[in-house]
Design a protein around this ligand. Structure first.
Ligand code: SER
Length: 323
């Protein structure tokens, strides 16, 4: 058993929920502190050591680090791409000031490791869209993407200037069934499985041939932990690593679902999120992550579809469904 004490910020979100469980399994429940701006997440109640935290409150962040003798921070709180366009000033404030609060607290308090999630959204219209390389033109157009790119720069700055061991992944769209995501452009790929499991038709806000890089949650958790547990010398990229598992379009997911549910119907009604998706990579070159610390995904579209539908079939979806 390792003795690090870990603080997750944004622990009740889509990734936070599952990362909390995974970290509890590795470090023990007593060493994992789940914090979120929301006071309760019904599915987590009683299962986690919880502290309420708004990451914009730097004083409370510092107090929690002291109180729990925190040695590692996973900073997951962020406003995603589509929500960010509804309130750009708030998205900037939360994503940017929140990240700086975490980095600054980590520096001041001698935190050993910090995790910062970045995104495919850091890329933009000038980026080569197919097999997007690790280093290329960025020029993001969403506030979410701008804040994540700035966050990457701050992470590398803290590593170079202060020696802070900050590690980061550029996640593609993440698909999962335990906790619904909130406000992302890739989130149609979660919603579509919920609708299929509820035997409903699905109306997609992207065109049927819109390809985006994607990953199933077990691979996202594995990528995060593999990176965080890699020897420091192997983590050569200190802004953020491209990681990917698959690339597909809404039409291809529908075809994969129909192998299990032949009557599943999808219609297409693109909205403002189409423009966001069109500015992002369609597929990701993650060969640097593979070479540096051995990244290798497990799930492809078929395996993920079978697993999603099996798990969703066992859930009382009317109760948890909240897109
Ligand atoms: N899933 C995110 C979004 O769509 C991308 O990182 O906003």
């Amino acid at each position: 058993m390792q003795t690090d004490n870990i603080l997750l910020i944004g622990a009740f979100g889509q990734i936070g929920t599952e990362l909390t469980e995974a970290l509890q399994g590795i470090y023990g429940d007593a060493h994992v502190i789940a914090s979120d701006i929301r006071r309760t997440a019904p599915e987590q109640a009683g299962k986690v050591h919880f502290e309420q935290l708004n990451v914009l409150d730097a004083k409370r962040l510092g107090e929690l680090i002291d109180k729990h003798k925190i040695t590692q921070i996973y900073h997951l709180a962020a406003v995603l791409s589509a929500s960010g366009e509804q309130d750009p000033m708030f998205a900037w404030q939360l994503n940017m000031d929140g990240t700086i609060n975490v980095l600054e607290a980590a520096r001041e308090k001698g935190i050993k490791k910090v995790y910062f999630p970045s995104s495919i959204a850091v890329f933009g219209k000038d980026t080569p869209r197919h097999n997007t390389p690790q280093n290329t033109f960025m020029n993001p157009s969403t506030i979410y993407g701008i804040s994540k790119l700035a966050g990457e720069r701050w992470c590398e700055y803290y590593f170079n200037r202060y020696g802070l061991d900050v590690r980061s992944l550029r996640y593609p769209g993440i698909i999962s069934y335990k906790t619904p995501p909130g406000g992302g452009t890739t989130d149609y790929a979660v919603d579509i499985y919920y609708k299929a499991a509820m035997r409903k038709n699905f109306e997609c806000f992207l065109k049927e041939d819109t390809y985006l890089p994607m990953m199933y949650m077990p691979d996202a958790i594995k990528a995060t932990l593999d990176l965080m547990h890699a020897e420091a010398g192997k983590v050569k990229i200190r802004n953020s690593y491209n990681v990917s598992a698959m690339s597909f379009s809404p039409k291809e997911v529908a075809v994969a679902i129909r192998k299990h549910q032949p009557n599943f119907k999808v219609s297409y009604k693109p909205d403002f999120r189409q423009q966001i998706a069109d500015s992002w990579p369609t597929s990701f070159d993650d060969s640097v992550a593979r070479a540096d610390w051995g990244w290798k995904p497990t799930y492809d579209l078929e395996a993920m579809t079978a697993d999603m539908l099996t798990n969703l079939a066992e859930m009382a979806l009317e109760e948890v469904y909240d897109f």
